[in-house]
Write a protein that binds this ligand. Structure first.
Ligand SMILES: C[S@@+](CC[C@H](N)C(=O)[O-])C[C@H]1O[C@@H](n2cnc3c(N)ncnc32)[C@H](O)[C@@H]1O
Length: 270
């Protein structure tokens, strides 16, 4: 199986492997130039930040994530790769005091859907961009357009829509509706908002056992299983195994998915 790697990056695993096709799309859309200063929001373990740093060889990349273990891992990986123009900060991007007008480009791979107050958060991130600086983020389209979520929920016998404020945590599909996202970004000081449809598959592992282990780690899966009695949970896991097996091909377990690349520019200030 071919893993999508960045320039000289090691083979991907975990979430990087799951999103290997999406990553290529984001990389092309970001069009990072050698002198760019890049901010990566919700960077996780930092694959996209490290790739940005390699591209911006005369510039820099900063990854921020609210998760301390993710930032620790991101730093370890960057150190192991010998990158000198990349840094990571543990920070809530909604409120963090970024250096004003420092960055040419803000990127994010599925790291911007979890803000409590998206207008405040994007306004805060926008102030870190120089005027006319670009935002390029990847977000999931709506839940029903994502076969992976539909299949997982169906096989676990869960409701098609989780209850608002329930145990499944923040909504990964919160930026799936273009008119709503356009409104959020305009209210946050962005202009030229555009959407590109991304129809790519997600990768869950080389075989059914690996895919099941991976999907059982999803917040939604574990929350749904935790709410069941042990016998029902065992049956649900068996049904999930069958659903994953139905998606096993020669190169592993893959599911259809739909995302948006959302691009925008920091609006000029008078
Ligand atoms: C789906 S993961 C994506 C991680 C990474 N971008 C990647 O593609 O590997 C979402 C990430 O956003 C981070 N996150 C959520 N809310 C955040 C916030 N308010 N500020 C910074 N990071 C946040 C989470 O901790 C998590 O690492």
């Amino acid at each position: 199986m071919r893993h999508a790697t960045g320039d000289h990056a090691p083979a991907a695993s975990g979430y990087d492997a799951e999103l290997q096709r999406h990553n290529q799309v984001l990389r092309r859309a970001a069009r990072i130039r050698p002198h760019d200063h890049v901010l990566d929001i919700g960077c996780g373990s930092g694959q996209t930040t490290r790739e940005a740093a390699r591209r911006a060889r005369a510039g820099s990349a900063l990854g921020v994530d609210v998760s301390e273990p993710a930032v620790r891992r991101a730093r370890e990986l960057a150190r192991a790769e010998g990158l000198r123009n990349v840094t990571f900060e543990q920070a809530d991007a909604q409120a963090h005091r970024f250096q004003q007008e420092r960055f040419d480009l803000v990127i994010s791979r599925f790291g911007t859907m979890f803000f409590d107050d998206p207008v405040t958060a994007f306004a805060n991130v926008g102030q870190a961009l120089r005027p006319a600086g670009r935002l390029v983020m990847m977000v999931w389209q709506s839940r029903e357009r994502n076969a992976w979520d539909v299949a997982i929920r169906r096989s676990l016998g869960a409701a098609e829509e989780p209850a608002a404020g329930g145990t499944e945590g923040p909504d990964p599909f919160s930026l799936g509706d273009p008119p709503a996202v356009r409104e959020i970004l305009h209210a946050s000081g962005f202009a030229d908002v555009a959407f590109t449809d991304v129809h790519e598959r997600v990768y869950y592992g080389p075989d059914v056992a690996a895919a099941l282990a991976w999907v059982r780690g999803f917040t939604c899966t574990s929350a749904i299983l935790k709410g069941m009695d042990p016998a029902a949970a065992r049956r649900a896991v068996e049904d999930l195994r069958v659903a994953l097996a139905a998606h096993l091909g020669d190169d592993g377990v893959w599911f259809d998915s739909r995302a948006w690349i959302v691009t925008a520019r920091r609006a000029a200030t008078d």
